[in-house]
Design a protein around this ligand. Structure first.
Ligand SMILES: Nc1ncnc2c1ncn2[C@@H]1O[C@H](COP(=O)(O)OP(=O)(O)OP(=O)(O)O)[C@@H](O)[C@H]1O
Length: 301
């Protein structure tokens, strides 16, 4: 049985459809990512999974339960990251952890969670006095405190510095290693590529692609990225029309990035030879999920 099942989900706000027939399944123990541009309907979709929004049409099941009709059961097995405004500013970190732990029959050891999330020395600090990153880490701790079978993390590492972000990724990997299913909304391609088993790309309220990170990269037209510094000025427009080239970008320092299919490199090098231009600092690399995102949604994040 899938741990999360979403079928033909639709949600409208004031006559505007923001989730338009979304369907996906998440297997037990899977890390499933939802990725898409601003306003794509990602948060609305996961809020329907959490039971915070009532779908206008379609069905949602978490471990077989309807998050709205079976709210109490779903609350016990699903942990969700809180929005900042949901915590009282005067609560200390310790009070928040104890309060939330008391809501569950079999809570995690909050001291251990605080330790793992780098909050052990912040226990006496009031929520309002925490930094953005500390608030974020506390919200992750609170999502995990009920020992959930499913955890929904929306913008997991927004506001965290690179080290805290990597620590959080390791934590999510540990959580999954314990058999927990993770539904992750993210804007960070590196995060999605590193953590997710599969990713649904959402655009305009619909899923435009659903695949493994490698599958999405392979599906995008742009698979190869070439960067170089030309020995003489180059006409960027002439590069754009080369065979197999998808996009060309010129940085302020003159470095040119050409993205295209595998054949674009040969077309580019022939063009440079014809023009008598040498490519300094030439680097050829595989496209990332970032490139695939731009290619598959036609949107910059
Ligand atoms: N309560 C609401 N009332 C009216 N419109 C809403 C409401 N919540 C969200 N919307 C609108 O629905 C659309 C989808 O919003 P949603 O938050 O689901 O998108 P998102 O993909 O999570 O975006 P972001 O990446 O910016 O967080 C947006 O245009 C948003 O303005």
């Amino acid at each position: 049985m899938a741990m999360i099942e979403v079928r033909e989900l639709r949600k409208r706000y004031g006559g505007r459809t923001v989730v338009d027939g979304v369907s996906f399944e998440v297997a037990e123990g899977e890390i499933f990512g939802i990725l898409g541009p601003n306003g794509a309907g990602k948060t609305t979709t996961v809020e329907c999974v959490e039971g915070l929004r009532v779908p206008d049409a379609g069905t949602v099941r978490v471990a077989g339960y309807d998050p709205v009709a079976d709210r109490d059961r779903v609350t016990l097995l699903l942990g969700a990251q809180l929005q900042e405004s949901e915590l009282q500013g005067k609560l200390t970190v310790r009070e928040a952890l104890e309060l939330y732990a008391a809501c569950y029959p079999d809570p995690a050891d909050w001291r251990e969670l605080a330790e793992r999330l780098g909050l052990a020395d912040r226990l006496g600090v009031r929520f309002a006095k925490l930094s953005g990153g500390q608030k974020q880490r506390l919200s992750i701790a609170l999502a995990l405190i009920g020992n959930p079978r499913v955890v929904v993390l929306d913008e997991l590492t927004t506001g965290l510095d690179p080290r805290a972000r990597r620590d959080t990724w390791r934590l999510v990997e540990d959580v999954r290693a314990g058999g927990v299913t993770v539904l992750l909304v993210t804007h960070f391609m590196e995060e999605a590529q590193r953590l997710c088993d599969r990713i649904a790309l959402v655009d305009g309220g619909r899923i435009t692609a659903l695949d493994t990170p490698a599958g999405l990269i392979g599906r995008a037209a742009a698979r190869t990225v070439v960067t170089f510094l030309p020995s003489a000025p180059l006409d960027v427009r002439a590069l754009e029309v080369l065979d197999a080239v998808v996009s060309v970008d010129e940085a302020r320092d003159g470095r040119i990035t050409v993205t295209g299919t595998d054949d674009s490199t040969a077309a580019l090098l022939s063009h440079l030879a014809r023009e008598g231009v040498t490519a300094h600092h030439l680097r050829v690399s595989d496209a990332t999920l970032d490139d695939a995102f731009l290619d598959l949604t036609g949107t910059d994040q």
